[in-house]
Each structure stands twice: as structure tokens, then as C-alpha cells.
Design a binder for this molecule. Structure first.
Ligand code: XMP
Length: 509
């Protein structure tokens, strides 16, 4: 295994992800970890991560310098390299000018980190300080125009330093460098897999929860379903899932979830039908924020009432992923935090005092999908596009009524059916229909119509922070439009949304 020492870089989970991609197990540990603890872990190599500090700053993060006596290979990245140079007797210069972005790296091809990679390639830099004098035994193995010491090696000790960031996607050969460090230098065995992750996580959950009960809200999405499946494998019937039907779901949504989780995986799920409660509260509400607030508040009320029926539950399972907590420093603190309002479920009240179990908190979406497949969850659920908590209420412009919900459900189901038939469903981040608050004139079978308008929204995205409108083929748009107008009563016009995010958002409300 590899230990990654966390010096506070925003990229350190990416380092972990790159290591996992090569099927090597790794663990991120805080810089303050004791040397004895590191020895207990028996790592085959260490990676010192980057970080925003400067080695000369007061209280800059530091790991016990005894790591350099362990006799194992060490790779320092950015701040990690500066720390190594500084500790071993070299010098770091505090930068007047910072270097961000792409740079051309000229490398010593003989160096094991750069083996078989050619002599020049593009990499991604993000640093202020740089090394200006190397400790004894080190040599320069790569440079860029602005950074004469961009990579260093001490072959005898097997210490390596990179000023660039091999873990980010922009460093095209970065993954290869990490591969060389893991395989050629540390001689790691490639025996880590999603299967071993699942096994280990299930054991951990068992140990933490013991004979207590875990409550979990299911949304029908990938993350909560995969998290629930893992927890279920650990505590079996002591997991109590709650699915709140707010009446704002898409066509067949609840039924599909029942087949996937209830029938196939035999989970303990309470389905609470709160349709009337939600729809009554939303009556005549047209303001988007007000809709969201009402739905959020009612969700908590219904969830809490249902959760209170389950005695001896001290844990709350959540499908939080790494990108959800990217800014939270407590990410690696384990299942000890009391619920905070910013969590996914919509902010459960603190008075519930449940301890969190977040088994996916170190994974990225694509890793969660792989894990879900490993756990036997069907493709339909694994590849489901995201769907917002407030559901169709924020896709109906204006007041939400049962009639308008039915109209939108039918139009949306046709759209999804055609997107799937065209083989585009997985490529798109989201694709859905929006019901507009306008009516327009049309003609059908020689008769004048005056009916509703539906907008088609389809976007590509990696993380929903930014999104581009999808360039759907015209034939497909034509087919969707025809079918919606012909098959759904009360709709006589379909338009296509060509707004990116920013300046638009993905959802309309
Ligand atoms: P926007 O519309 O802000 O959406 O571009 C970004 C992503 O978040 C989803 N979304 C939500 N998800 N509860 C959720 O669980 C919500 O209240 C919510 N609002 C938006 C949206 O579908 C998109 O994927």
C-alpha cells in the first residue's frame, strides 16, 4: 500500500484516485501522523502531496522527518518536493511570480519516472516557490522554461520530486509517471480493486455500527442506492431505508426503484406516500425559492417522523461523494460527525443527533458506478441521470398541480425513451422536459388549438458545475417533438433550450 501524506492540496484526492486507477491500495493520512503509525501501516512507498503553504512559513505543514529514514521510496509533489528538499538540506526560493498552467517539460529519459515517455511533453504547473539548491545525492531530471528544477531524483535513496502536478488530467503523461513510481520504483502489487474496497468498507461499517441500527433516506439515485447497498451488506436488516414519495417523481420512478432495491437486493424500505401533503402545500405557489423551501421543510418533517418510528437507530447513512465534500476538511474524520445542515439529504435537524456513515466519501462518481456494478446493482439504476430533490416541481414553471404533473410526466417519459433509443442517455449528464407557463396557438386535424408548450433540456457536463447544451441530432429532436405533440394531451408546441451553464443553470428553477 501507498501512504499519501496530506499537506492540504486541493488535488490530494486526485492523487489517491490515480493510485487506485493502477489497482494499488492507498490511504491519505494527515501530515501530523506519527512515525509509528506510518510504520504500522507498512507502506511500500510514500507520496507527499502538494499544499498551499510555503516551507518557510510559520506552522507550515510538516510530517515527521523520520520518514526519510524508513528506507522506502518517496515521491514529493509540489509542496511535498519542497518539504523534502528543505528537510534534507537544500534550498527553496519564495516566488515573486507564480507559475500556473501548461508548461513544456524537458526530461531525462533515463530517469525511472519518465521511462519510455520521450524527452519533451506538456505538463501542468501550479506553484509559487521553487527549489534552487538540491540536497546531496539529488540531481535535476526535468526542467521547464520558467522552472529550471522541475523534477529531481535521488536514485540511491529512491526519493523523487515533481514540481508539476501529475495527478491532474491536464498533465497528459502524469498517470504514466505515477504508474512508474508505483510499479517500477515501489514494486507495488496491483491487487486492489473495487471488490476489495467493497469488502473492506463492509467490514469497517460492521465494526463501527455493531448491533445498532442505521437509517437512510433513499432518493432513487445512484449514490444513495450504492451507499445503501454497501451498508445493507454490512448490517443487513438493521438498515432501515426511507423513501419519501413527494408526488413529484417521474413516471414509474418509484416502481423502478422498488424492483432494483426491494426485490433484487431485499432491503428493508419504508415507502412513505406523502403526495397529498406536498401537493397541498405547493398549491398556488409560483416562486421557485418558495417551492424549494416548502419541499425541503416537508421532506425533513416526513423523514423525521418515519425515522422516529425506528428505535435504537444511532446512525444515518448517506451517499455523499468526494466532490460533495471537496471543501470540507473533515472529510477523513470517519463516521463521527454530527449531521450538519449542508448535507445532501436536505439538512436534517441537529436534534436527531445521528452519527454519519458515508461509505462513498472518498470516491468519485465513475468509481461509485463501478462499485455499484460490483455490488450487483442493475445498469438501469447505475446509469441513471441525476434528478433534483425538489423533483418535477422545479420543472413546472408556475403553480404545480396534479394535472400539470401528469402532462409533464408523459412528455418527459417520451423524451427519455427516445434519448435512450438513440443511445445517448449515458453520454448526457441530464435530459428532461420542462413545462412552460405559456400557451400558444396551433392547428391539429384542421382544428385550432391553444395549448401548452414543453421545452427540451439536454446537457453535457462532468460535474454539473458547468454544462453545455447538448447538440442533439435534428432528426431526434423532430421525433421527440412529434411524439410529444401527438401523444400527450394539452401540448401543441415543443422548443429546445440552447443555453449553457453559466449563464443559465441546468434546471429552470
Ligand atoms: P443547476 O440547476 O443549479 O443544477 O445547474 C446543478 C445540478 O444539481 C441538480 N439539482 C439538485 N439536486 N437537490 C438536488 O439533489 C436540489 O435541490 C437540486 N437542484 C438542482 C440539478 O439537477 C443538476 O444536476
Amino acid at each position: 500500500m501507498i501512504v499519501i501524506i496530506d499537506f492540504g492540496s486541493q488535488f490530494n484526492q486526485l492523487i489517491a484516485r490515480r493510485v487506485r486507477e493502477h489497482n494499488v491500495y492507498c490511504q491519505i493520512e494527515p501530515a501530523g501522523i506519527s512515525i509509528d503509525r506510518i510504520k504500522d501501516l507498512e507502506p511500500t512507498g510514500l507520496i507527499l502531496s502538494g499544499g498551499p503553504a510555503s516551507v518557510y512559513e510559520e506552522n507550515s505543514p510538516a510530517v515527521d522527518p523520520a520518514v526519510f529514514e524508513l528506507g522506502i521510496p518517496i515521491l514529493g509533489i509540489c509542496y511535498g518536493m519542497h518539504y523534502m528538499v528543505h528537510q534534507l538540506g537544500g534550498k527553496i526560493k519564495q516566488a515573486k511570480k507564480k507559475e500556473y498552467g501548461f508548461a513544456k517539460l524537458r526530461v531525462n529519459e533515463q530517469d525511472p519516472l519518465f521511462k519510455d515517455m520521450g524527452s519533451e511533453f506538456q505538463c501542468w504547473m501550479s506553484h509559487g516557490d521553487s527549489a534552487i539548491e538540491l540536497p546531496q545525492g539529488f540531481e535535476i531530471t526535468a526542467s521547464t522554461d520558467n522552472c529550471p528544477i522541475a523534477a529531481i531524483s535521488n536514485y540511491e535513496k529512491q526519493f523523487f520530486g515533481l514540481q508539476l502536478h501529475p495527478e491532474v488530467e491536464h498533465s497528459v503523461t502524469g498517470s504514466q509517471m505515477i504508474n512508474h513510481f508505483l510499479m517500477d520504483i515501489c514494486k507495488c502489487k496491483q491487487d486492489w480493486s473495487m471488490q476489495s474496497f467493497a469488502k473492506q468498507t463492509i467490514t469497517q461499517i460492521k465494526e463501527t455500527v455493531g448491533s445498532d441500527k442505521v437509517i437512510m433516506g433513499l432518493s432513487g439515485g445512484v449514490d444513495s442506492s450504492v451507499a445503501a447497498t454497501l451498508i445493507h451488506k454490512a448490517v443487513s436488516k438493521n438498515l432501515h431505508c426511507i423513501f419519501v414519495d413527494n408526488g413529484l417523481l417521474r413516471k414509474n420512478e418509484k416502481e423502478d426503484l422498488q424492483v432494483s432495491l426491494l426485490d433484487n437486493l431485499d432491503m428493508n424500505i419504508s415507502f412513505v406516500d406523502a403526495t397529498d401533503l406536498f401537493l397541498n402545500a405547493l398549491k398556488d405557489i409560483t416562486d421557485p425559492e418558495e417551492k424549494r423551501k416548502i419541499i425541503g421543510r416537508l421532506f425533513i418533517e416526513v423523514f423525521e417522523a418515519e425515522a422516529n418510528k425506528i428505535e435504537d437507530a444511532h446512525y444515518l447513512g448517506q451517499g455523499t461523494l468526494y466532490p460533495d465534500i471537496i471543501e470540507s476538511k473533515s472529510a477523513f474524520g470517519g463516521p463521527t460527525d454530527i449531521i450538519k445542515s449542508h448535507h445532501n439529504v436536505g439538512g436534517l435537524p441537529e436534534k436527531m443527533k445521528l452519527k454519519l456513515i458515508e461509505p462513498l466519501q472518498l470516491l468519485f462518481k465513475d468509481e461509485v458506478r463501478k462499485l455499484g456494478t460490483e455490488l450487483g446493482i442493475n445498469d438501469q439504476l447505475i446509469w441513471r441521470q441525476p434528478f433534483p430533490g425538489p423533483g418535477l416541481a422545479i420543472r413546472i414553471m408556475g403553480a404545480v398541480t396534479r394535472e400539470r404533473l401528469d402532462v409533464l410526466r408523459e412528455a418527459d417519459a417520451i423524451l427519455l425513451e427516445e434519448i435512450k433509443a438513440a443511445g445517448l442517455y449515458r453520454e448526457l449528464w441530464q435530459s428532461f422536459a420542462v413545462l412552460l407557463p405559456v400557451k400558444s396557438v396551433g392547428v391539429m386535424g384542421d382544428k385550432r388549438t391553444f395549448a401548452n408548450c414543453v421545452a427540451i433540456r439536454a446537457v453535457t457536463s462532468n460535474d454539473a458545475m458547468t454544462a453545455d447544451w447538448a447538440k442533439l441530432p435534428h432528426d431526434l429532436l423532430g421525433k421527440i417533438s412529434n411524439r410529444i405533440i401527438n401523444e400527450v394531451d394539452y401540448i401543441n408546441r415543443v422548443v429546445f433550450d440552447i443555453t449553457s451553464k453559466p449563464p443559465g443553470t441546468i434546471e429552470w428553477e
